[in-house]
Design a protein around this ligand. Structure first.
Ligand code: PGA
Length: 245
């Protein structure tokens, strides 16, 4: 499986940053060797798409979508709208959405179905918080989130993001990441069968930086990374991507 490197800009970025990243990322040979995806805030997707050359290997994604196709949902964005302005992916169930907007697994599941209907690849995020890990419940939490957030016939990407590692500069040990990714793969095989499960990329996310990317990206069952803070600096994002090779 080709490594998949996804940048999550969260609520950061400007038109100026879009111009700089579009230039840096599309001219890098890495964009042809790996799958690179940038997920900027909604208003920056269309201007970013407008700067990509025809048949650009760099792809774009949204950071959320609503489960409905349209309607009276002030402030929300439909999956089809993301697709129309140039997104190919959408991050769903990020822990910041679960925390700030009270998103449940059932809602994430409905959003995942909406994403697929619109032709977007969903990137579904799961991960335990610090208290859950300390009491030895990380595997159970992640298994429960997976079973309730993924619809039958799921096609897409899973991102394992321990909540306590996001933006904190702390990461699990390589052994802990390997163990969790193995559990996730086993649970996907149990639910969807070997062939479908093998096609689902498993990303690690949480304080991925150029300095630790090489180690993380070479852990078994880690097929890529979801990068927050470091994805805002194009040189750092490209250094992380280079570490996958
Ligand atoms: P971080 O964020 O890389 O800044 O820790 C990762 C994420 O939340 O996707």
């Amino acid at each position: 499986m080709r490594p998949l490197i996804v940048g999550n800009w969260k609520m950061n970025g400007t038109l100026g940053l879009v111009a700089e990243h579009a230039a840096a990322l599309t001219t890098s040979p890495l964009a042809r060797a790996l799958d690179l995806v940038v997920c900027p805030p909604f208003p920056l997707i269309a201007p970013f798409a407008a700067r990509l050359p025809v048949a650009s290997p760099l792809r774009l994604g949204g950071q959320d979508c609503h489960p409905a196709e349209a309607g009276a949902h002030t402030g929300d964005v439909a999956a089809g709208m993301l697709r129309e302005v140039g997104a190919a992916f959408v991050i769903l169930g990020h822990s910041e959405r679960r925390r700030d907007h009270g998103e449940s697994d059932a809602l994430v599941r409905a959003k995942t179905l909406a994403a697929r209907r619109a032709g977007l690849v969903p990137i579904v995020c799961v991960g335990e918080d610090e208290a859950e890990r300390e009491r030895g419940g990380a595997a159970r939490v992640v298994a429960d989130q997976l079973s309730a957030s993924l619809p039958d016939g799921f096609e897409g990407v899973i991102a394992y993001e321990p909540v306590w590692a996001i933006g904190s500069g702390r990461t699990p040990t390589a052994g802990d990441i390997a163990a969790m990714h193995r559990l996730i793969r086993e649970s996907l095989i149990g639910r969807f069968g070997t062939t479908r499960a093998a096609a689902i990329p498993l990303l690690y996310g949480g304080s991925v930086k150029p300095a630790n990317a090489g180690t993380i990206l070479h852990i078994p069952e880690v097929n890529g990374v979801l990068v927050g803070g470091a994805s805002l600096v194009s040189a750092d994002f490209l250094a992380i991507a280079a570490a996958a090779l």
